[in-house]
Write a new protein. Structure first.
Length: 109
């Protein structure tokens, strides 16, 4: 298995707007599969479950079962790893640039 195969699964999972919408809901709070099905009225339960399986395979959600309920929790760690690899260094450079600009502007007043 390739070193970044997990990230490929994350990118694939994030490629679909419905899965991103599901993650947005889970960012607010954990939800049962039934709650997610109710929020996506245009999708049947089977389709919602397929999307949840893609998210789970990409490790973007953690599933806990309590009796008949299936609770879905957001796991932001894979997204943080992508941020660290692809965005973090550029974000810190942008902050440094803004700090320099601020210093230069304050120095010219």
């Amino acid at each position: 298995m390739r070193k970044d195969a997990g990230q490929e699964l994350v990118f694939k999972a994030l490629a679909d707007h419905r899965r991103r919408d599901m993650l947005d809901l889970l960012k607010e709070q954990p939800r049962t599969t039934g709650e997610l099905c109710a929020r996506f009225k245009g999708l049947d339960r089977c389709t919602v479950m397929q999307h949840l399986r893609v998210l789970e395979k990409a490790d973007l959600i953690i599933v806990k079962r309590e009796g008949r309920l299936r609770w879905n929790y957001l796991n932001a760690v894979p997204i943080k790893k992508i941020f660290d690899r692809w965005i973090g260094q550029y974000a810190s450079q942008a902050v440094e640039l803004l700090a320099r600009m601020k210093s230069e502007m304050e120095g010219t007043k």
